[in-house]
Design a protein around this ligand. Structure first.
Ligand code: TRP
Length: 475
């Protein structure tokens, strides 16, 4: 092996890739999307997207990375020539964009972890008001609620933690961090679920989450399910390609991909099982029967209210654990995101990992400033005139969602039209002796040649229309 680094083995790779997949998307976004889109119906649509569209793309992406053994740009250009290299470059830029806003939200979660564990946020009578001023005034260093109130600072610290881990290299840094944080994350998650299920009215939350409501099945459900599945599995921009390049030829790719997809989906599912009993407990306490649970308010306003209701000590323990869980989930994802441009600069540009990591972290932090300032501080970023009055955070995250499905679609075209699906087969057969004769191979062929590029292509176009013009104006 060269000195570019590698995972120690199958477990290290699976934990790192699952760590990338499990993130804010699972804990914060999945539960409310499921809540809004008919509960179990959303779950079914989501699972269909995973099986037919995401799993094949994931296997393809990892195999490209492992076959080329280099970063996203390098992989596409090595296997497909310079022109395809642009697709890799596009992925790297999308990764930078995702991390720029992701790190801001992660910083909020980190701030809340401190405020709840060490400050007196739980005594706050108006959680909505607190969140509003917290995200609005990014530089406020006054010690509100016992802890500094600057989310500029929290995001900066989060980026520094990310860079610190990645600077230590693939095995010591990325793999080591995931080996600690991923098991902890599962334990905390299960612990909170067990506690939440004992609360009054918990079962009403479980029912709301799990009983399907077929009247909610709309075209939008499919869009939301697909975008969420792509984002949640970290597909379509080269994260798994980069991680795949650190995987040994002895390991079984289709098997590992199945474990990664299952781990991610189970955390998303369990997150719902944690959140809805909590929300319904609050409804019971406040004697109301509907609490809006969409968007950032869910974890930053509604859940802190729940922790407040639990009383000073229990609230601090459960609330602190919850935000620690969110921070772990986010940190294992931010390290996977920064690794994409870092690997490019190390492999293709032959720069030193240690230097590159800190420079990238700084650049990405600066790119994140508009997102940070879009929550009220700068009115024009808060209401974009060209994006139906939505804020910059919504805009950039929508643009990234679209880029992921477009990237996945083009990747399938790359495999079947340029690299050659027989080369993917040869790569997958290494580490999996029975692959060549398996039904899985036939299945992957149909998906990568036809199902994925066609459906991903159509969906991407429809999502673009939906975002900029509105589907109702077309159909
Ligand atoms: N999957 C992560 C989440 O759900 C975020 C993430 C990490 C990501 N790496 C990615 C999303 C690459 C898209 C592409 O929070």
């Amino acid at each position: 092996m060269s000195n570019r680094g590698s995972f120690s083995g199958r477990i290290g790779f699976i934990l790192a890739a699952a760590g990338s997949a499990v993130g804010l998307g699972n804990i914060w976004k999945f539960p409310y999307l499921a809540g809004q889109n008919g509960g179990a119906i959303f779950l079914i649509v989501y699972l269909l997207c995973i099986v037919f569209l995401c799993y094949p793309v994931m296997v393809g992406e990892i195999s490209i990375g492992r076959s080329a053994g280099t970063d996203a740009y390098g992989s596409y250009s090595k296997l497909g020539g310079k022109r395809w290299g642009y697709l890799g470059m596009f992925g790297i830029i999308v990764g930078v964009m995702i991390l720029s806003f992701y790190n801001v939200v992660a910083g909020w979660a980190f701030g809340y972890f401190l405020h709840i564990s060490f400050g007196d946020l739980l005594n706050e009578p108006d959680m909505g008001g607190f969140f509003g001023s917290f995200v609005n005034d990014i530089l406020d260093l006054s010690s509100a609620k016992g802890v500094a109130n600057s989310n500029f600072l929290f995001s900066l610290i989060f980026m520094i933690m990310t860079a610190f881990i990645v600077a230590r290299g693939v095995q010591k840094g990325i793999e080591g961090a995931n080996k600690v944080m991923m098991p902890s994350l599962y334990i905390i998650l299960i612990g909170i679920i067990v506690y939440a299920l004992t609360l009054p009215n918990a079962m009403s939350g479980v029912k709301f989450y799990l009983i399907p409501d077929f009247s909610e099945l709309k075209v939008q459900t499919f869009f939301e399910g697909l975008k969420q599945a792509f984002f949640s599995l970290s597909l379509g921009m080269g994260t798994l390609m980069t991680y795949g390049s650190y995987l040994s030829k002895k390991e079984n790719i289709p098997g590992s991909a199945a474990v990664i997809a299952t781990a991610d989906t189970s955390v998303a599912f369990f997150a719902g099982l944690m959140v809805f009993p909590l929300v319904h407990f609050l409804q019971y306490k406040l004697q109301v029967d509907n609490i809006a649970t969409a968007g950032p308010p869910l974890i930053f306003i509604v859940l802190p209210q729940v922790f407040h209701e639990m009383g000073a000590i229990v609230g601090r323990i459960i609330g602190g654990s919850f935000f620690l869980l969110v921070c772990f989930a986010a940190l294992t994802s931010t390290i996977s995101l920064i690794e994409v441009p870092v690997a490019y600069l190390v492999d293709t540009k032959k720069m030193q990992r240690k230097n590159v990591v800190w420079i990238m972290a700084l650049i990405i932090f600066i790119v994140g400033m508009p997102t940070m300032m879009s929550q009220g501080m700068v009115p024009s970023l808060n209401k974009l005139f060209f994006y139906r009055g939505q804020d910059f955070l919504g805009f950039i995250s929508d643009m990234c969602d679209i880029s992921l499905t477009v990237g996945g679609c083009l990747m399938c075209i790359f495999i079947s039209r340029r690299w050659g699906i027989q080369n993917m087969d040869a790569e997958l057969a290494q580490g999996n002796e029975t692959y060549m004769k398996s039904a899985l191979r036939k299945y992957l062929h149909v998906c990568i040649r036809w199902v994925c590029p066609i459906l991903l292509g159509i969906m991407s176009i429809l999502v673009i229309i939906e975002k900029f013009i509105g589907l109702e104006n077309i159909f």
